[in-house]
Unconditional design. Structure first.
Length: 121
């Protein structure tokens, strides 16, 4: 994603802060500033983060597909959580961000997710 400026206003930041966009996580000189703007919108449930735009509790497509594929909001790491993982019950998926349920660990890995560190084997 390119950075768009009008004078001294970073348009990317305005769009993220108002909830009209999502970051693409490409590292750039304004990454931390854009991440903070995105967190303002999510915390305040603005725009696409409002209850009008998102389902609060996604459900798996099948009772066998309960592996949660989660993207860490601070590091953007793609992690999957098994039902036996310590924090499984606290993970709420944001399907608009690319988070999803998987039917197998192989499927999660193929999608670029890795086992969450809190999952003991």
């Amino acid at each position: 994603m390119g950075l768009v400026w009008i004078g001294t206003t970073l348009i990317n930041e305005v769009l993220l802060k108002e909830g009209f966009a999502r970051p693409d996580y490409t590292p750039n000189t304004q990454s931390e500033r854009l991440k903070a703007a995105y967190h303002v919108a999510t915390a305040n449930k603005r725009g696409i983060h409002s209850t009008l735009c998102k389902q609060s509790t996604p459900v798996p497509s099948s009772p066998q597909c309960v592996i949660k594929g989660n993207i860490d909001k601070s590091s953007y790491d793609k992690l999957y959580h098994l039902p036996t993982c310590r924090h499984y019950d606290y993970i709420v998926l944001d399907e608009d961000m690319g988070e999803q349920f998987f039917c197998s660990e192989k499927e999660a890995s193929s999608a670029g997710f890795r086992l969450a560190p809190d999952c003991l084997r």
